[in-house]
Design a protein around this ligand. Structure first.
Ligand code: NAD
Length: 312
């Protein structure tokens, strides 16, 4: 099996390649990444010399290059994306180019070279927010930010390719990941970096926005199961049922670092800020036998320690 993994120099993609090379020594992996500000080859250093691994720098929206790589591979797992909501609020252009046009170009290459699978890594943010209850895979898409709108658009494109061309797509929609190798613009590494520099951390609004938190290793295990055993044309939610407000997460971080709550600074809320994300992950649990394994408190403290070392 030769797999084209896109966005593998980013947070989840690099964790996933590490996981796959360790779990399937017979697989060959090509990592295609544009190395935007969020991609870093340092995230891949420990497996860069693996004989089953190859890195190619490039853009998923480059159809000639995607055709070349699709011709050499059997399947695509698409992690490549512009991912920071705040950037999408400032300027959505790159989000549409990469997340929508890029996905369309990848889908076309997979179709042209008759790939056996195309896994689209999506997000729970495509459903928008929910005050009570949980979204299932059948819930309507109601994205709030240009980021989540671009991800919803790429999900719909994938579903249309399945219906129209029988392209063997599967979509995963995961909740907030925490783990090593995340670019320090996202809450956990951003706050830890600031705190270690002696600075205060800016919490949006009153910090009451709730997210479901899943360890990146459990996300990688879920994508592995979806890739090998998921039903073509289906969508799978991936979540941990670990709901915490941003303020709770910040306080937990402060406690682990031995710091006081006076390091918190409440700032003007993000435009259109989603109140709560909550997804029902019973489909992947019942059909593919996936369960999160990393206990939140243990996993979170481990990750804070990891960044402490990283930012020393
Ligand atoms: P990230 O921002 O850390 O990494 C994205 C990677 O994609 C980077 O290495 C970047 O260089 C690369 N990239 C960007 N544009 C590209 C292009 N045009 N061509 C090739 N490569 C390009 O993101 P992440 O947090 O690892 O997220 C990966 C995927 O998982 C995304 O699709 C995201 O929507 C999804 N997701 C993330 C989370 C989360 O909590 N981080 C949760 C659910 C879903």
């Amino acid at each position: 099996m030769k797999i084209l993994i896109t966005g593998g120099a980013g947070f989840i993609g690099s964790n996933f390649i590490r996981y796959m090379l360790g779990s399937y020594p017979g697989y060959q992996i090509i990592n295609l990444d544009k190395l935007t500000y969020a991609g870093d080859l340092k995230n891949c250093e420990d497996f860069a010399d693996n004989p089953n691994y190859e890195f190619v720098e490039g853009d998923i929206a480059d159809s000639k290059l995607m055709d070349e790589l699709a011709q050499k591979t059997d399947a695509i797992i698409n992690f490549a994306a512009e991912t920071h909501v705040d950037n999408s609020i400032k300027d959505p252009t790159e989000f549409l180019k990469t997340n929508v046009i890029g996905t369309q170009i990848l889908l076309d290459s997979a179709k042209k070279y008759d790939h056996s699978k195309f896994i689209q890594i999506s997000t729970d943010e495509v459903y928008g927010d929910i005050h009570e209850g949980m979204f299932t895979e059948k819930s309507p898409l109601k994205p709030s930010s240009p980021y989540s709108a671009s991800k919803a658009a790429s999900d719909l494109l994938c579903l249309s390719y399945f219906r129209t061309y029988k392209t063997p797509i599967i979509i995963s929609r995961c909740s907030n990941n925490y783990g090593p190798y995340q670019y320090p613009e996202k809450l956990v590494p951003f706050f830890i970096k600031k705190l270690l520099a002696g600075e205060k951390v800016p919490v949006y609004g009153d910090g009451s926005n709730v997210r479901d938190w899943l360890h990146v290793r459990d996300h990688c295990r879920a994508v592995d199961m979806i890739f090998h055993n998921g039903m073509i044309g289906e969508v799978y939610n991936i979540g941990a049922n670990e709901e915490h407000s941003n303020l709770e997460i910040t306080k937990k971080m402060l406690k682990t670092l031995g710091l006081k709550e006076d390091k918190i600074e409440f700032v003007t809320d993000r435009l259109g800020h989603d109140i709560r994300y909550a997804i029902d992950a019973s489909k992947i649990k019942n059909e593919l036998n996936w369960e999160p394994e990393v206990e939140f408190d243990v996993g979170f403290e481990g990750v804070v320690e990891w960044y402490k070392e990283r930012f020393k």
